[in-house]
Design a protein around this ligand. Sequence first.
Ligand SMILES: [Zn+2]
Length: 427
Amino acid sequence: MESQNPGQIPNSLNSDDYEKKLLSGIHYCTRCCMPETQEGVTYDEMGVCQACQSSEQKIHINWVEREKKLREILEEAKSKAGDNYDCIVPISGGKDSTFQLHVLIKVYQMKPLAVTFSHNWYSETGWYNLQNALQQFNVDHIMFTPNRSLVNRLAKRSLEGIGDSCWHCHAGVGSFPLKIAVKFRIPLLVWGESIAESSGRASYQCPVHKFDRDYFTRVSAKLSPRDLVCDYLSSKDLYPFELPSIDEIEAVGVTGIHLGDYIFWDDERQTEFVRDTYGWKETEMEGSYKGYKSAECIMAGMHDFTCYLKRGFGRATFHASVDVRSGLLTREEGFALAQKYDRERPEALDYYLRITGMSEEEFFSIMRKKKVAKLKDVDLPILPKDRANREQIMPFMEQLIAKHRNIKDVRLHTPPQYREIKGESRK
Ligand SMILES: [Zn+2]
């Protein structure tokens, strides 16, 4: 699809209009397209955001030295591991997962244990990518999948709690690999992209080296499992999301690193590499013109739409800003793309409403309460989506079951527990 080709603007876009469509009274980074409503964003005296400053730093870093450091860390882990696994690699099936496995196994001859927390919203493409990676690298794998009813109930609770649909994924991705590290006594966790790149909350000059048990809770999950207990979610339901205790973590000596702090990270090049070498596939993603980020999840468009409703920008603004920084787009082209994709009502919203029993009015009324103060009086335009998504917006496992049981209308396949919950939550 031409719209997924960075640097190419779809014909219907007129980048001259972008200024009229910027949100009034909001400061945007003077170099990229990120607005001040981004959480934790800081600017220098020229009005340049932290992520833009990090991308400058990235060019001046001595990557040869950093790579040496990485080799030392991995060699040390290998020498201490004995017959146990050398490290844990948390993977989702995204392109970073395949790249992490390539680096650890092919470049450094490590023997990792791959660990996946499943959000249970796998796209067909994402499921293929995960299974393909496991086959290509002959890697042992442990996966945890919360049940369908629990995922549906948490998706409802999550919106009220943190203003997006994905608490279970934010929390599970943080807690599950840590639990496995403690249980299997494997102290080293190896993530992919640097935090400097993905969130702008750290810089390359001071990467987060020390392992931080509560990192994921603080930056993405926001609420602890206990905070979510309500009339349709018990503390027993939420047990899988509890973090190990500090004592348990210290007894094993768990540490975590991001490969992106040690080797030059280039999303575009890495995507081409894993595609051409290992058959990794991108797909059409809602809410962006790029098809390689979060490709494993059917609900990414929903997550990013709620970000737009809260903060006035979505995934396309984020991707456009990355492309502006690396010179693939002008800032004007970036704004034009962001305004087209961020504002579209995603198809995933229909799936969300179905699994939670929420009406569209309820959804928008919750989101209005979650809007940041700066945007309280700003009207956020919403555009209808004028095309069906190429990837079916339904978990691949539900598609598979519907196919084998010959269920034509996918809505009939809604799990029975859902009806009870709907009744419970609406009393
Ligand atoms: Zn910037």
